[in-house]
Design a protein around this ligand. Structure first.
Ligand code: NCD
Length: 303
């Protein structure tokens, strides 16, 4: 498997074999203290807020002996003076070996990859894609359940949430049974459902949250993406539309696990954190070996 020099912009840039290879490599990374990226530099270009994605990419790079440069907000860069994304990329590519980019506009990461001579990894472009989050979600499911052909319910803002847009394509590769639950107006985009139907994905939509939970092995919850609403009034109307509490979970399977890409606002009650179902902080922890695998493979330091 050769992922050296590859851009990772959409989960669909990866085959099922590529994904399996990344997950296997991530497992090895958990036990490895090698520093195969010594002398390599990662640039984190974050035009949008981030806690986990940016810091786990940085940790992953440093654990492998590499260095990290970059910025966490566009206000501190020449973009604030009106510089284009293209010119910013044509500049940054001279300082590093790989770029991780997060941007509010859909398609920005693809544009960055098109103009860059070094590999570009998408850390989220608007409501479009977030492929490395999906890799760590799959890694977590595999670790907890030992398989990926699970029954999973995705609950939340399926319209603007980029993590679920990447995740559904990957789950469909493993023939997972996917149930979608969202407040009215925040359903999975029809284009995504159209694509999934073409692959004969096992997917259904419901508003019966309790039944969806009771049939699931994995519950994947997301927050309402307030910052993507064109009209703040619309967000005000819909906020708090769903909330997972111990009571909502009373008919859950004993071995249900709950994942969330985080940040959480109020869609999972704090009381759930201490239940046997919660795995979202383990999921955070898995971001490091998975991003080590991605960086190692793309930079060719790991095979
Ligand atoms: C997600 C994102 O940025 O899309 N966060 C993350 O990377 N873990 C989810 C979100 O912001 O809701």
């Amino acid at each position: 498997m050769n992922l050296k020099g590859k851009d990772i912009i959409s989960i669909r840039d990866l085959t099922k074999k590529d994904i399996e290879y990344i997950l296997k490599t991530a497992e090895k990374m958990e036990k490895s203290s090698d520093r195969p990226l010594k002398g390599k530099i990662l640039s984190c270009m974050f035009f949008e807020p981030s806690t986990r994605t940016r810091l786990s990419f940085s940790t992953a790079m440093e654990r492998m002996g590499g260095d990290v440069i970059g910025f966490a907000s566009k206000e501190t860069t020449s973009v604030a003076k009106g510089e284009s994304l293209k010119d910013t990329i044509k500049t940054v590519e001279n300082y590093c070996d790989v770029i991780v980019i997060r941007h509010p506009k859909e398609g920005a990461s693809r544009l960055a990859a098109d103009v860059s001579k070094i590999p570009v990894i998408n850390a989220g472009d608007g409501s479009n894609q977030h492929p490395t989050q999906t890799l760590l979600d799959l890694y977590t499911i595999k670790k907890e359940k030992n398989r990926l052909d699970i029954n999973i319910a995705l609950i939340g803002d399926l319209k603007y949430g980029r993590t679920v847009h990447s995740l559904v394509y990957a789950l469909a590769m493993w023939d997972a049974k996917i149930t979608l639950v969202s407040p009215e107006g925040l359903e999975m985009p029809r284009e995504v459902l159209g694509d999934l139907n073409r692959f004969n994905a096992k997917i259904n939509e419901t508003d019966d949250i309790e039944t969806a939970i009771s049939n699931s092995d994995v519950l994947y919850v997301t927050r309402i993406q307030e910052e993507r609403f064109p009209d703040p009034g619309e967000y005000e109307k819909i906020k708090g539309a769903y909330r997972i509490t111990l009571d909502t979970l009373k008919h859950a399977k004993k071995d249900l696990i709950i994942l969330h890409p985080l940040p959480r606002v109020d869609e999972i009650a704090q009381e759930v954190d201490d239940s046997p179902y919660a795995r979202y902080f383990e999921q955070v922890n898995n971001g490091v070996p998975v991003r080590m695998a991605v960086l190692g493979l793309v930079l060719g330091g790991v095979r």
